[in-house]
Design a binder for this molecule. Sequence first.
Ligand code: URA
Length: 229
Amino acid sequence: MSPLCRRYLWAMGIDVWVRRAAPREAGGAPDPGGRAGEADGDPMGLEAMRRTVAVCTKCELHRGRTQTVFGVGDPHAEWLVIGEAPGAEEDRQGEPFVGRAGQLLNAMLAALGLRRESVYIANILKCRPPQNRDPRPEEVASCEPYLMRQIALVAPKVILAVGRIAGQNLLKTTTPIGRLRGRVFEYGEARCPLIVTYHPAYLLRSPREKHKAWQDLLLAKKVYRERYR
Ligand code: URA
């Protein structure tokens, strides 16, 4: 297990047992310390993490949830979409973006030539805040190690942060979304390109802003093509 993996486990409050002198054959494969619980039996692949998150009580939001909403999609997706937090429908179904905003998100992805199943979708928070209020800083802090680990495991080529809450929390800024969108940021040690755009729920209320979201999506596609094709 890599030091990074161990750090995440520690941040999640999970005890890590380490064999004292782990035998490794000369020339044996190094610990990849990375992706989604692959052949090395990484104990914190996405599925193991989903089970950990399902019983999480690190913040008060666990009291009001029907269930956690971990994330959905291709565990090796090239595109990672990050939203804010589950709403009522997501809390009921246990899947992100399944309400009206989710339908619009699906349409936005389809416009880019992406199927929902081919991307990975997660949220800043895994539990629904009451009355869909904004996430509190302590809730975001509690949930952050889960999201960071998800990002590391999926290892996407592009991150699309939808909405102010996702953009500001991922970039650790208070800059308004109007000044975050339309730009290319880099996220984490992997310097993964990150593009912020409007939240589909906002676009449902303000359809006139859809053309700006479309520009953001085109920007994301351009970055993806330039870097990886
Ligand atoms: N809004 C979000 O940000 N995430 C969801 O999963 C649903 C609505």
